[in-house]
Structures are given as structure tokens and as C-alpha cells.
Design a protein around this ligand. Structure first.
Ligand SMILES: Cc1ncc(COP(=O)(O)O)c(C=O)c1O
Length: 376
């Protein structure tokens, strides 16, 4: 317990905010699969909702726990990361301006570009240092991601928040790679924090989920909640239960991934077959000085290798790995590698020789040996 009596994040993650079940004493939370809840003798719902589309005890427990971890007032869990992103996008006023990054998770960037093509928004995509110059009085939303997927450049959240707030816009941060461990964007001025909870929060590559956390519950937040209910997009109980189970080991998983990734990044930094390692924990990385302050909870397990080869050679490298699986996604206990340009398709602006690695919690010597043999 900290000096002001609040539990520290590792304890919140390990026990969830609801802890031992109040009705049964169950230490591991019961799973409530029911879709409907009976009313009492006065015909009043016993719970705050009476139908699963609007919520379940497993959903509330998950949301309260993640809101506490991210230092927000409330959280909403969705059936995927993209469902959460699209619900937030739905609340952008017609014709309003959005500022985001040229390089970031391509699914969100593509969706913003599609909204622009449809005339729903105007969009300015910038380099990390271009946010302040791009905002205008018409800007409604600044959407950033840090570290940026898949170059892992680190963006200054406080500077982005200042730029957004100067023109009355909100700042939303895709904090997927931060895992709610490296830092809490709300402490740096973010209004909304987003996670693809499919990644570090769950950590076991078996749940698809998205989370939004808000600094304050205001009208816009309530609109997002209404949209989620109307679209039937809340996270079902079993997925919430699995995610809460994954959260219990969040800190040990993230810390081990950080330690493994740092060792791999250092090992391959001066390797004859590697042009450059992209990792927030390396002094050579764009934004490393910011990372040193901002990512005080650890640099995480995400890195990319720029190999001394071409498009075909980088793809071949992925197929030669024997311990690291050649698969998309990130933040799981098992290491994954992917040739990002192939996965992103023709719209990708990434280098041909970039291979993204999600470093897991395996023995780091096995991972290093695997990358060595694939490079050979
Ligand atoms: C950084 C980032 N944001 C958003 C998403 C989308 O989340 P989901 O796949 O859970 O819909 C992903 C998925 O890869 C991601 O890596």
C-alpha cells in the first residue's frame, strides 16, 4: 500500500479491484455467462443492468481494474481494439479535423483515411514533431501512438496534450505497446487512453479485446458508452474473465519481456547482418531521451530489426525462425516475428527490410540463438 492508502498497480493487477467475490468468497472471480438477470420483488434489476449487452459483473470488474491501472475515472471494454477505435471515431463531429501520425498502427491510420475519403473528417498526418504545427481551431481529436508501431519511435505525450488542449481538442493515446506498465498517459495529459487489450493486457494470444479509459466522465464518454450498447460491442463475460486472468501476471510478463528485449536489442545492435535495431531502450532510437522519462516502468518487448537484405530476404528470415513464430500480433508470452510490409500490403510506407519482433518471456538465450541461426 502506498503512503496515501491506495494499492499499487502490481497489486491491483494481481487481485483486480473487486478482489475476493463478495457473495461466495471465491478468490478467483466467478464467471457469469447469463445473458439476462431476474428482477427483485419490486421489479427492480438486482444489478446495475439486467441484460448482457449492457454489461456483466465480469465486464465491470475488468473495466474498474483497468481504469484503476491507467489512473482514469472509467473504462469501457469492447469486442476488439478496432471496435473501440471506431466507437471513439463515431463521436467526432461531422467535418471536424483530426491530427494523427504518418507512421503508426496501419489499421487505425487506414480507418482515419477512409473517414476522410467519405467526407466525415479532414485529416492531417504528421511526423512526431509536427503535431503542434498541425492543430487548428477546427481540430477535434489528436490521435497518437507511443511507441509507434512498428518503428518504436517515442512520442512526447505531454507535448501532444499541450498542443491538443491549446485548440480545445482532446488527446487520445494508443498505449497498446506501453501495456499500462511502462507509463500512464493520463499522467501526461491524455484525455483518452486506448489499448488493443488483445496484446499485453491479456498477454496469452487468446482474447480479442479493446479498451478505452477516460480521464473524466463527460458527455462524449457517455456517448461512446451509448454507441457501444447500441452496436452490441461490449466484451462478453468469458473474454472479460480471461482478460482478468491475464492481467494478474501483467507486470511480471511485461518486465520479463522488457529484460529479454533489451538483451536482444543490445546483442544485435552491432551484428554484421543487421543494419539497425529499432527499440525505445537504445540510445540510438528516435525519442530515446523522452522514453527515459516517459517509460519509467520499462521499455517493453516490442522491437524491429532492419536487416542487411531486401524484401525477399527479410521475408525469408521470418520463415527460417524455429522458436519465434512467424505470426502477426504482439504482447503475448510467446515471441512472434513478422515482415511488416507484407502484412500491411500496398499502402505500406515501411522499409522492405523491416522485421517486427514481439519479444515474449521465453529464455532469452533461446531467442538470441534462434535469430542468429535465421540470419545465417
Ligand atoms: C497498436 C495497435 N493498435 C490497435 C490495434 C487493433 O486492435 P485489435 O486487433 O484488438 O482490433 C492493434 C492490433 O494489432 C495494434 O497493434
Amino acid at each position: 500500500m502506498s503512503s496515501n492508502g491506495t494499492l499499487r498497480p502490481e497489486t491491483i493487477a494481481a487481485q483486480s479491484v473487486r478482489g475476493v467475490d463478495a457473495t461466495t468468497g471465491a478468490v478467483s472471480p466467478p464467471l457469469y455467462l447469463t445473458t439476462t438477470y431476474a428482477r427483485d420483488e419490486n421489479y427492480v434489476p438486482k444489478l446495475q443492468e439486467n441484460y448482457q449487452r449492457n454489461g456483466s459483473p465480469n465486464l465491470w470488474s475488468l473495466e474498474e481494474t483497468i481504469a484503476a491501472l491507467e489512473k482514469g475515472q472509467a473504462a469501457l471494454a469492447f469486442s476488439s481494439g478496432m471496435a473501440a477505435v471506431m466507437s471513439l471515431c463515431e463521436t467526432i463531429p461531422q467535418g471536424a479535423h483530426v491530427v494523427s501520425l504518418k507512421t503508426m498502427y496501419y489499421g487505425v491510420r487506414n480507418w482515419l483515411q477512409e473517414l476522410q475519403r467519405k467526407g466525415r473528417i479532414t485529416l492531417t498526418l504528421v511526423e512526431p514533431d509536427g503535431i503542434a504545427a498541425a492543430v487548428t481551431p477546427k481540430t477535434d481529436l489528436v490521435w497518437i501512438e507511443t511507441p509507434v508501431n512498428p518503428t518504436w519511435d517515442v512520442i512526447d505525450i505531454a507535448a501532444a496534450a499541450q498542443a491538443a488542449h491549446k485548440v480545445g481538442a482532446i488527446l487520445a493515446v494508443d498505449a497498446t505497446a506501453l501495456g499500462a506498465v511502462a507509463c500512464n498517459p493520463i499522467n501526461y495529459g491524455a484525455d483518452i487512453v486506448f489499448h488493443s487489450a488483445t496484446k499485453y493486457l491479456n498477454g496469452h494470444t487468446d482474447v480479442l479485446a479493446g479498451i478505452l479509459v477516460t480521464r473524466e466522465v463527460k458527455a462524449r464518454w457517455q456517448e461512446i458508452a451509448r454507441l457501444r450498447a447500441a452496436m452490441g460491442n461490449s466484451l462478453p463475460p468469458f473474454e472479460c474473465w480471461l482478460l482478468l486472468r491475464g492481467l494478474r501476471t501483467l507486470f511480471v510478463r511485461y518486465n520479463q519481456a522488457t529484460s529479454n528485449a533489451l538483451a536482444i536489442a543490445r546483442h544485435f545492435s552491432n551484428h554484421p547482418k543487421v543494419e539497425r535495431v529499432l527499440y525505445p531502450g537504445l540510445a540510438t532510437q528516435n525519442g530515446h531521451a523522452i522514453a527515459k522519462k516517459q517509460m519509467s516502468g520499462g521499455y517493453g518487448g516490442m522491437m524491429s530489426l532492419l536487416l542487411k537484405t531486401d524484401f525477399a530476404g527479410a521475408k525469408l528470415f521470418c520463415t527460417q525462425l524455429k522458436v519465434i513464430a512467424p505470426a502477426t500480433s504482439l504482447g503475448g508470452v510467446e515471441s512472434l516475428a513478422e515482415h511488416r510490409k507484407t502484412v500491411e500490403g500496398p499502402s505500406s510506407t515501411l522499409p522492405d527490410n523491416l522485421v517486427r519482433i514481439s519479444v515474449g518471456i521465453e529464455n532469452v538465450n533461446d531467442l538470441i540463438a534462434d535469430i542468429e541461426q535465421a540470419l545465417r
